[in-house]
Design a protein around this ligand. Structure first.
Ligand code: GCW
Length: 666
């Protein structure tokens, strides 16, 4: 576990390949033009990184002309405020030139250069320009003030409110480094199920201490705002967003925060969802609530990220449809500094969901993507599930909102509707475990979020390969085997948990193991039977025109993929259709047989991962090798548990026996 602390910034000496040998010969000195806290951070990182990787002494030189690496400001409009270029110049003395318009751009450039070295890229002929495609690249911590992390599986919160503001834990700095290394530039420190206490003067001083520590790394802090704070903290009788005293309270609070933290990012808000207070408590709309807060932070260039994760069981409506029904009519009513934050799918971070129909449906509103890095429904801190393929599936999905090619990625990077305000968020999987994320492979999901936020066009494969080389080894066998494990892992997990479009059949509350028979919770929409709808005749949720008609929330072209049960992509089949157990599938098997087949595929997939991992023993440090090996054993047993529980239950419901040739439940 200790070895995992360094994440992907290990900087161990590189193997002596020819690409490296030339870099090693060429790089001894670097020069940094100018001085600032960010440049100091950059200089430290480059010294540590280069001397570690190249295994020799690296020195800073005061003379650009004699340096091997020159880091200096440019004035290049194309690079924007965070982009950089890295060029090997061969005119005159051979130099690697890292340029950017800002200090933080230079820092990103330096981290990218270290990444190139760590991944074995030759540096003799570089000609790179890069800038982020999305402006706000943010982690959302669901961390409570008592350090309990909601849906956290990696220990308690890294934010130690007790010793702040006096004590700056080294971990805060390493956290900021890791984020900067992948371009993450914002962090929401507190849970969306918010505690108003964070807004008290004492806590704001603690937040300021973190903001000061993170600033050199280009990492802004944000907080969650509890909508009823004016009552709880301010002693007001209401939190009605149209009430003058309420507005004044928030305006003063914003002023107080910005006096302490001039570059405070703004607020993330969960309102009128799962019992949280909100504007609807006063018969006001989400827009009224968001705009009131937006006005409070606008003078300081703050933003509001207002979540669209709303659903209520009082409404008989399919939960799938509720966020869209609530928010779509509000398009055009939000202030310019409001983003609506939408989870990738319409229900809740399932192993596979169709994209949320809100993407593309609110042309006048910047829509921010919320992914979940913490694997609440994907085996948590225990199962190996590389999420980049899940993220990519959603980003690449076509909304057809402005014709073919209107991908979700284009909605969130602002290009489809020409929004300058853009964002992507990942619910963090970080805790105070020595290795940060509990499962050594879970670090890859944090890494992937940053890399995709920078460039949504990167492939899952490229990201995996980069991460493996930096985290495990440059050895080609390790790279090939880990990459295969990672790329297959999500589909394997879908197979043993929720194949063919099943969803939300996890155990109540904890969401870890299977509970397809679950129907005891008071809220129908929290019970698995609500989602799979299995009966004697068949299985699946009819969301076509003869059912809940959730499909009508998509553009007709997008809906076409799923509308007809005979042509529907089978991965999504039971999301949209109630299908007879006997229905022939593309494989020629009946639906029931296919379900049995898929669950077994899932179990087999984990067995394969175990074998793949075992083949790497000689290349991996004992500690991390054994940790992953043990976790894979748990994952295998869990996959068997999932298969047996689900197939037994569905067999009971359908009256169909598990066909010969498939493993049977014990
Ligand atoms: O996925 C669900 C979780 C809740 C969470 C909620 C949300 C923070 O089970 O724990 O609350 O989503 O996203 O608001």
């Amino acid at each position: 576990a200790e070895d995992g602390y360094r994440l992907w910034l290990r900087y161990d000496p590189l193997p002596q390949t020819s690409a490296l040998l030339s870099s090693r010969q060429q790089i001894t000195t670097f020069f940094i033009q100018g001085q600032s806290p960010t440049l100091a951070v950059l200089s430290r990182e480059l010294s540590t990184g280069l001397s570690g990787l190249l295994n020799k002494e690296i020195t800073i030189t005061p003379a650009a002309a004699t340096a091997d690496i020159v880091i200096s400001k440019s004035n290049n409009e194309r690079l924007g405020t965070e982009g950089f270029s890295i060029i090997t110049s061969t005119t005159g003395r051979r130099q690697i030139r890292i340029s950017a318009n800002t200090d933080v751009g230079l820092l990103y450039g330096a981290f990218h250069f270290l990444r190139l070295l760590q991944t074995g890229h030759p540096t003799s002929n570089l000609n790179i320009t890069s800038k982020p495609g999305i402006r706000h690249r943010i982690l959302n911590h669901w961390d409570n003030l008592d350090r309990y992390v909601e849906r956290g599986y990696a220990g308690i919160s890294i934010f130690n409110w007790h010793t702040l503001p006096g004590y700056i834990d080294k971990r805060y700095i390493d956290y900021a480094r890791a984020n900067a290394s992948v371009g993450i530039n914002g962090t929401v420190l507190t849970n969306v199920n918010a505690n108003a206490y964070i807004l008290t003067p004492d806590y704001l001083l603690k937040v300021k201490a973190l903001a000061d520590a993170f600033r050199p790394y280009g990492l802004k802090v944000y907080l969650t705002a509890r909508f009823s704070a004016p009552m709880e903290m301010g002693g007001l009788k209401t939190a009605d967003p149209l009430d003058a005293d309420v507005k004044a309270w928030w305006n003063n609070k914003a002023k107080e925060i910005y006096q302490l933290i001039p570059d405070f990012g703004g607020f993330l808000v969960k309102a009128n969802s799962e019992g949280q207070p909100g504007p609807q408590d006063y018969q006001r709309t989400h827009a009224d609530g968001a705009n009131m807060l937006a006005d409070a932070v606008a003078p300081y260039n703050g933003i509001i990220m207002w979540r669209a994760f709303v659903y209520s069981h009082e409404t008989p409506e399919d939960r799938f449809k509720q966020a869209y029904n609530e928010f779509k009519p509000l398009d055009g009513q939000f202030r310019k500094n409001v983003m609506v934050q939408v989870k990738n799918g319409p229900i809740d971070f399932q192993p596979r969901e169709p994209f949320s129909p809100l993407f593309g449906a609110m042309p006048q509103t910047p829509v921010l993507m919320e992914f979940q890095l913490t694997q609440e429904y994907l085996g948590q801190g225990t199962h190996l599930a590389y999420e980049a393929p899940l993220f990519k599936e959603v980003l690449d999905a076509d909304t057809y909102a402005k014709g073919k090619g209107s991908t979700v990625a284009k909605v969130i990077n602002g290009s489809l509707y020409d929004h300058p305000l853009t964002g992507i968020a990942g619910v963090a999987n970080i805790g105070n475990d020595i290795n940060w994320c509990s499962h050594p492979f879970a670090q890859a999901n944090w890494y992937a979020l940053g890399r995709l936020a920078w460039n949504t066009a990167l492939s899952s494969e490229t990201i995996a390969e980069e991460w493996i080389k930096q985290t495990w080894s440059n050895n080609s066998k390790v790279v090939a085997v880990c990459k295969q494990m990672m790329l297959d892992s999500r589909e394997t997990l879908v197979n043993y948990m929720t194949p063919l479009g099943l969803h939300h059949i996890m155990g109540n509350g904890h969401h870890y193991g299977p509970l397809p028979w679950g129907k005891s919770l008071p809220r129908a929409d929290w019970n698995p039977v609500y989602y799979h709808r299995a009966d004697k005749a068949g299985i699946g949720f009819n969301r076509t025109a003869t059912g809940s008609n959730a499909l009508a929330q998509y553009t007709p072209e997008a809906a076409l993929l799923w509308r007809d049960s005979t042509t529907c992509d089978e991965k999504f089949l039971l999301w949209f259709h109630h299908i007879s157990w006997q229905r022939p599938m593309h494989s020629g098997r009946s639906l029931w047989e296919e379900l049995c087949y898929k669950y077994n595929e899932g179990v087999r997939g984990v067995k394969t991962m175990q074998q793949q991992w075992s083949s790497l023993q000689q290349y991996i440090d004992t500690e991390r090798f054994s940790q992953v090996q043990q976790l894979l054993t748990i994952q295998y047993n869990d996959a068997v548990w999932w298969r047996d529980a689900c197939l037994s239950y569905f067999s009971d419901i359908s009256g169909l026996a598990i066909p010969a040739g498939y493993e049977r439940p014990a």
